[in-house]
Design a protein around this ligand. Structure first.
Ligand SMILES: C[S@@+](CC[C@H](N)C(=O)[O-])C[C@H]1O[C@@H](n2cnc3c(N)ncnc32)[C@H](O)[C@@H]1O
Length: 337
């Protein structure tokens, strides 16, 4: 996708065809069929996020158990203050901030409040309706800020029309952990190409820690994470003519110590057959669909990943007990590839 200069908001809508009362999203269908034909059934986590999925995620962020959201949010004012001092020492006249997976736009506020050099903000998210609402609220709070919103997929190449300003990516929420490490490296390399020479990237990374704390965060007592996980079944029923019975699948979230990741699955409670757009899928009792990974990184492990993509760490801020990290990366080689 291409995000051009100018004031008009950019909205790129997925390829959809109207079919018997609902819209069929062909990319979604292809990904679902490919994922459910695998020996370990799997679905890309980006499909959690329609308007309902984004609402569930906002509710997850309010949960006591879900430490990553509130920990990162609490760290951001300090990050913003130090970033302001850092930026003042660099040859930077203005900043174009680009948030990937921008969601409800809450985390950008401490940055905008502190860094008056941010003149333009580009917010990209796959969940377009939710983003549109959030950007209207942001525009009210920051009337002088130039805001562009784009509905799009950050796993695909993004071409951004660069201005004179220094570009800075913003990727909070430990969303980077949803990628396999090689995919995370690809994302960071693509983002470097998108943001261009001399750019920066500020990103939130969830760190390795006590297994109990990790598993609690993804198995909340109000079952909101379970509803978020099952939203992918609801979407397949509505958008792909599938016939999943939600009560015949249960939410499962476990820490895989060897791979350093939380895995979310949907486990079939019984042996069953499910139809999706005319194709049948068999489930054994206990068989799972792997719906999400959330990789945790020691800061040094993440440094290696970042440098494999051409970024160099300039700064790191650690939350108390090191339970979350925010890092500032710099496009070290001044290369746009
Ligand atoms: C874990 S949430 C983080 C939201 C917000 N940045 C925060 O830190 O609170 C991930 C966000 O990325 C978006 N997202 C997930 N996959 C995406 C993709 N492939 N392309 C664009 N946005 C995506 C989701 O809609 C959601 O808003």
């Amino acid at each position: 996708m291409r995000i051009s200069a100018g004031n008009s908001p950019v909205c790129v809508w997925p390829n959809k065809t109207k079919k018997s009362g609902y819209f069929m999203n062909h990319g979604f269908l292809q990904d679902v069929l490919a994922g459910l034909r695998l020996p370990q059934k799997a679905l890309p986590p980006k499909y959690f996020y329609d308007a309902q999925g984004s609402e569930y995620f906002d509710k997850i962020c309010e949960l006591d158990e879900y430490y990553p959201y509130r920990t990162e949010l609490a760290l951001l004012p300090e990050v913003a203050q130090e970033l302001k001092q850092y930026v003042a020492q660099q040859p930077i006249e203005s900043i174009q901030l680009v948030e990937f997976g921008a969601g409800s736009l809450r985390k950008v506020k401490p940055l905008l409040q502190e860094l008056s050099l941010i003149k333009e903000f580009v917010a990209l998210d796959i969940s377009g309706e939710h983003l549109k609402k959030a950007s209207a609220d942001l525009a009210e709070s920051f009337p002088d800020l130039q805001i562009k919103v784009a509905q799009g997929d950050f796993t695909k190449p993004i071409e951004l029309e660069l201005s004179e300003a220094t570009s800075m990516g913003f990727f909070p929420g430990s969303t980077i952990g949803n990628f396999e490490p090689e995919e995370a490296s690809d994302f960071l390399r693509n983002a470097r190409a998108t943001l261009g020479e001399g750019s920066y990237m500020l990103l939130g990374v969830d760190t390795k820690k006590d297994q109990q704390m990790l598993e609690r965060a993804y198995n909340d007592s109000k079952d909101i994470t379970a509803r978020f996980n099952k939203n992918i079944l609801t979407r397949m029923n509505r958008e792909l003519d599938a016939n999943f019975h939600l009560d015949q699948f249960e939410h499962l979230a476990i820490y895989n110590q060897d791979l350093g990741r939380i895995e979310m699955h949907l486990r079939s409670c019984i042996q069953q057959e499910v139809q999706i757009a005319g194709e049948s899928f068999q489930f054994k009792e206990g068989e799972t669909i792997h719906t999400e990974n959330s990789y945790k990184y020691h800061p040094e492990e993440f440094d290696q990943l970042a440098s494999s993509a051409g970024w160099q760490r300039e700064k790191i801020w650690l939350a108390p007990d090191g339970i979350f990290a925010i890092m500032l990366l710099h496009n070290a080689d001044n290369v746009r590839d």
